[in-house]
Design a protein around this ligand. Structure first.
Ligand SMILES: *[C@@H]1O[C@H](CO)[C@@H](O)[C@H](O)[C@H]1NC(C)=O
Ligand SMILES: *[C@@H]1O[C@H](CO)[C@@H](O)[C@H](O)[C@H]1NC(C)=O
Length: 218
């Protein structure tokens, strides 16, 4: 009896240790929908936050992997979204810059080449603006009082300016539509426009999540 109780206690202790370790390490860790100690589901937090965006499913699929790090912090989810957007836009701007150089060298319709060059420049600006927005969001963690609203407002300004620059790229291409007569040029134009539209969704998601920060007290 005595032995059984001792063994039972040891067993209980072991279980407690394991439970504690799991609880601590799973502050809503796994993306798969582990509950936080408070009983809330952090994947659900991502889903709810994403419902405020124009692209809820892309938002969810691109951010669910960060559920553990985001927890239920609206600033963190906006920061991750801005970082995702930065990765998309800067890689696209590099891709378009290479296309522009190749097009100029290959002697494609100069109007198309010029549009590509302008687009690469707009996307470079968009990437820089997104980088500034992300940096601004990074300052939120240590900000207090009126500084919070100031950083949120700056992040809104930079993210929406990034969106405008992406639109400048696609508008520039639309303007050269009539000029694009050769098949290959038309394909390239469509390809760039498609990629810009895709990157733009990430920017739009980040902007919506930044907009959600307005008035949120920390
Ligand atoms: C958490 O939420 C996600 C998405 O709503 C769901 O798929 C998952 O089953 C939930 N997990 C728990 C533990 O409630
Ligand atoms: C965003 O990216 C910056 C720079 O790479 C990094 O320092 C920061 O930790 C990232 N933040 C989030 C929330 O992803």
């Amino acid at each position: 009896m005595e032995t059984a109780t001792t063994a039972g206690r040891a067993c209980l202790m072991a279980v407690l240790v394991v439970v504690t370790a799991v609880t601590v390490s799973s502050l809503c860790a796994a993306a798969g929908g582990v509950e936080s100690p408070a009983g809330r589901n952090c994947t659900e937090f991502i889903r709810q936050s994403c419902s405020a965006t124009r692209y809820p499913s892309l938002c969810y699929s691109s951010l669910a992997g960060y559920a553990g790090a985001v927890g239920e912090d609206p600033t963190q989810i906006a920061h991750f979204a801005a970082n995702n957007s930065l990765a998309q836009v800067s890689s696209l701007s590099y891709h378009v810059l290479l296309l522009y150089r190749a097009a100029a060298a290959a002697g494609v319709d100069p109007r198309i080449a010029a549009a590509l060059g302008d687009c690469a420049e707009s996307l470079g600006d968009a990437a820089e603006l997104t980088r500034q927005a992300a940096a601004e969001l990074g300052l939120l963690a240590k900000a207090e009082g009126p500084e919070l609203a100031w950083h949120v407002s700056n992040a809104q300004t930079w993210m929406s300016a990034a969106l405008t620059n992406e639109d400048t790229c696609t508008d520039g291409f639309a303007a050269t539509a009539a000029a694009a007569t050769a098949g290959g040029d038309v394909f390239m134009k469509a390809d760039v426009a498609r990629h810009v539209r895709r990157a733009r969704r990430y920017t739009s998601i980040a902007l919506a999540l930044v907009n959600s920060l307005v008035g949120v007290a920390r």
